[in-house]
Write a protein that binds this ligand. Structure first.
Ligand SMILES: [Zn+2]
Length: 825
């Protein structure tokens, strides 16, 4: 009896451990992989099923998407390794210096990330196939390798695509390129809920999916990271090695091993006769991709691109007449995934020893970056970002530091206080520190189509110095605590205005029916000085019994410091009854979305108002814009986009009429095209100087490079600010802007040029094409054209771009709350 039951247990255990009895995705789901798109919950079900039936597969929920879909990683390895998972993880971290101690790590750690772009949907199907292969036919590789699989980074985007496709597809599927099932509607399934491109968000971590994923990533610090993508239907498969430019910190080993991986894939592709290419198009510079971020954290980070994308459906006829099917797409991605695990397993030891070397930071030129802390809110925002990446920081010691000054781009010095922050490059994440903080990334090639500058002191608006010698520092401490109390005898309460947190506080006051004012002129009262933009909350405007209690509680919640005063009579400046102390209306805001709108720009605005300013907006579809009653709104925001047909002549007339009656229209980026050189609008585009060569004699092979001369794809320029204008309140008189296009506009002739580039403007950081550069000096950055009682705000650069240019966000809040705020009631 006993023997018999032991035998049964033994058979059961054997079956469960060896994995041969585990169902394939097709067996589990009831249809062949490739014959349908699998919705996210079914993908999760399959991973759960494998985990529940195999003890060498571990599933870990690491979070939730915006739309509350679960996010998972799966650990797949030998039983021995899975039993020892925590020790292996820690052992790996000792190699980086994150954990102290000696390491003899020999296990390769390979991380496979699928479906970051939701409509590149073959990769999640491949994730299921890959898991099944690993636990059945490829188990020997797992002896010395841990494979971490994230089957779907962006489930909201994936299901947006899959649900749409399932609704419109023909049966059987139609391969004609014209068919509806190949024409995904706006905004498409590529981005996440807030329409952010998660493959641009790793370093900025503005999205919940990134924030939660990076936590697990940093817990593991894998040796290999693959980000699976899809490109146009006519392209062959792309895999590593990547294209130039490579960021300079990428080591020879990281370059080398990419080539070894590529060659291993090529073996499989050659055998099947599949087409592929390497070393073109996909570069390794901008740090916020799924290949660069891991690379700058010491891994071999790679992007693999299969032909497909939101156009391909279950099958489509390519321009060459081939039928590209979902099944083939999934098999290609499975092949490269498995090949990656194979070559990593073969080189496990070397992967570990070379990984360790990456964390030697001795040769980095700048040893310390010192940031002047003159704005606690900005500092907190930066610290939050550093905390996400587990980059450490300290307080400066009182003294003098010398080095490269970001504000002047010259060798300079400043006196430090113990509130200033120091980030040393001699730390495990030192190379990432260099990438994020260095004033200028070195470009080995100008052919990149992403931004080429992102230095955090510019993005966050800090006066900073990069020092070649290590600066003395102290353990970081934050003793700043804010607690306000009620003063029922006060005449008014006062609160400063110089950060986004102040704007969020204001938004909350308005929503809770407190009436605030702002001052257009600086003043001094009770010996304290207050700048333009300062919020003044008068008792006379708020005659409710619970006014003090409510205000203090809102201020404490937002950690805003209130100053109470017993009189409105100031020492200098304007008294509180002055015309310059203006009431702020609870602005009703409409934002244009849909066709014509850049979904990314719309998403940035949506995300900004909902998650940062926490202030309501009404989203209006662009095809209903001409029939919208504008009088229901105080502010209309037109995101970056191309509005031919939407902002047509009659609608532009309607806009003008509404603005004259007191509205504020905010136009961003390419939306300015619809207003420039139009009758009745002051905005004028700068014309490019004519090329001296009349006939096009540029050799065909050099055309691509030549066109780069017209490009600015994201580089930093120093602008001037008129901070006496409400749009510039809370800013110093200089501002570093991330310029995103080669298009420039003339100064507004009769309007207010609040932010602009003067005649000496130079490119401070990043690449700018020589022709595009000619037009930047003496051009507009942010301007106001007044019309009647309202105005139009032109934002040439987009301050909400990818939500990472923190120092630009207050301009948007200023435009919304301080302009024409008192005219529409
Ligand atoms: Zn992609």
């Amino acid at each position: 009896m006993k023997i018999k039951s032991l035998l049964i247990i033994a058979i059961f255990t054997l079956g469960s451990l060896c994995g041969q009895n585990i169902k394939s995705p097709s067996e589990f789901l009831g249809y062949e992989i490739g014959s349908r798109f699998t919705r996210h919950h079914s993908v999760v079900d399959y991973f759960k099923y494998v985990h529940e039936n195999l003890t060498n597969v571990k599933l870990e929920k690491y979070g939730e998407s915006n739309e509350h879909r679960p996010l998972y990683v799966t650990y797949v390895s030998s039983q021995k390794n899975i039993d020892n998972l925590e020790n292996i993880r820690k052992d790996n971290l000792t190699q980086t210096g994150i954990i102290d101690g000696k390491s003899d790590s020999k296990t390769a750690i390979v991380w496979l990330s699928y479906n970051v772009h939701g409509n590149e949907a073959s990769s999640t199907e491949a994730a299921m196939l890959t898991l099944h292969e690993l636990v059945t036919n490829k188990k020997t590789w797992l002896e010395n390798t841990i494979v971490i699989i994230d089957p779907c980074i962006n489930p909201d985007g994936r299901d947006r695509y899959v649900n749409w496709y399932n609704q419109v597809k023909s049966t059987p599927y139609n391969v004609a390129q014209d068919a509806k099932e190949h024409d995904e509607p706006w905004p498409g399934g590529r981005p996440n809920h807030y329409l952010f491109d998660l493959n641009r968000d790793w370093a900025w971590a503005s999205q919940v999916e990134s924030q939660q994923r990076i936590k697990v990533y940093n817990k593991w610090m894998p040796h290999i990271h693959v980000d699976f993508h899809e490109q146009g239907i006519n392209s062959p498969y792309y895999f590593a090695p990547a294209a130039e430019p490579f960021h300079e910190i990428i080591s020879d080993w990281q370059r080398d091993f990419q080539t070894q991986i590529g060659k291993n894939h090529a073996r499989y592709f050659d055998k099947e006769g599949w087409l592929y290419f390497t070393r073109e198009s996909f570069d390794l510079l901008y740090p916020s991709y799924g290949d660069t971020y891991p690379t700058f954290m010491g891994a071999i980070g790679m992007t693999y691109e299969q032909a497909g994308h939101g156009r391909a459906g279950l099958g489509i006829k390519t321009d060459e007449g081939e039928i590209l099917t979902l099944k083939d797409r999934a098999i290609h991605h499975m092949t490269t995934g498995l090949s990656t695990v194979e070559i990593s397993s073969k080189n496990a030891q070397k992967l570990n020893s070379e990984f360790k070397k990456f964390f030697d930071t001795k040769k980095l030129m700048y040893k310390s970056y010192v940031l002047r802390n003159d704005n606690e809110d900005k500092m907190n925002r930066l610290r939050r970002l550093l905390d996400i990446h587990e980059i450490t920081y300290q307080n400066a010691k009182k003294g003098t530091v010398k080095g490269y000054a970001y504000n002047t781009q010259k060798e300079s010095k400043f006196n430090t206080s113990s509130k200033d922050i120091v980030i040393h490059s001699n730390q495990p994440k030192g190379k990432m520190v260099k990438v994020l903080f260095e004033p200028n990334a070195k470009l080995t090639d100008s052919l990149t189509y992403d931004i080429t500058a992102w230095s955090l002191p510019y993005a966050h608006g800090f006066n900073a110095i990069a020092s070649k010698t290590k600066i003395n520092s102290l353990t970081y401490s934050n003793t700043n605590s804010i607690s306000n109390s009620e003063d029922r005898s006060s005449y008014a309460y006062i609160s400063k205005w110089n950060s986004l947190d102040d704007a969020t506080f204001l938004g909350d006051l308005l929503q809770q029916h407190i009436v605030p004012r702002f001052t257009e002129k600086a003043f001094t009262i009770d010996g304290k000085s207050f700048d333009r933009g300062t919020l003044i909350i008068l008792r006379n405007d708020n005659r409710n019994d619970d006014f003090d209690t409510k205000l203090v509680s809102i201020a404490n919640k937002h950690r805003r410091s209130l100053t109470s005063v017993s009189s409105g009579f100031v020492n200098s400046g304007v008294d509180f009854g002055s015309y310059s102390v203006k009431p702020i209306n609870k602005q009703k805001i409409a934002v244009l979305s849909g066709k014509g709108t850049s979904s990314l720009s719309f998403g940035e605005i949506w995300h900004f108002f909902e998650t940062q300013l926490k202030y309501p907006i009404t989203i209006i579809n662009s095809d209903r814009f001409d029939s919208t009653d504008f009088l229901n709104y105080d502010v209309i925001i037109v995101p970056d986009g191309y509005y031919n047909g939407i902002l047509n002549k009659p609608t532009l007339e309607k806009v003008k009429k509404w603005v004259r009656s007191g509205g504020t229209l905010i136009a961003i980026g390419n939306a300015l095209n619809s207003f420039s050189d139009q009758k009745g609008y002051a905005l004028k585009k700068k014309k490019s100087k004519k090329d001296s060569v009349k006939a096009n004699l540029i050799p065909y092979a050099k055309r691509e490079r030549k066109s780069v001369a017209n490009l600015i794809t994201g580089s930093v320029f120093k602008g001037k600010i008129d901070n006496t204008h409400p749009l510039g309140f809370g800013y110093a008189n200089e501002y570093f802007s991330l310029k995103l296009s080669g298009t420039s506009y003339e100064y507004l002739k009769d309007g207010n040029n609040v932010a602009y580039f003067d005649k000496n403007t130079k490119n401070v950081s990043g690449y700018a094409g020589s022709k595009a550069l000619e037009n930047v000096p003496e051009s507009l950055l942010f301007g106001e054209e007044q019309m009647g009682r309202g105005s139009i705000i032109y934002m040439v650069d987009n301050p909400l771009f990818r939500s990472f240019w923190e120092n630009g966000k207050l301009f948007v809040a200023n435009a919304v709350f301080f302009l024409n705020s008192d005219t529409l009631k």
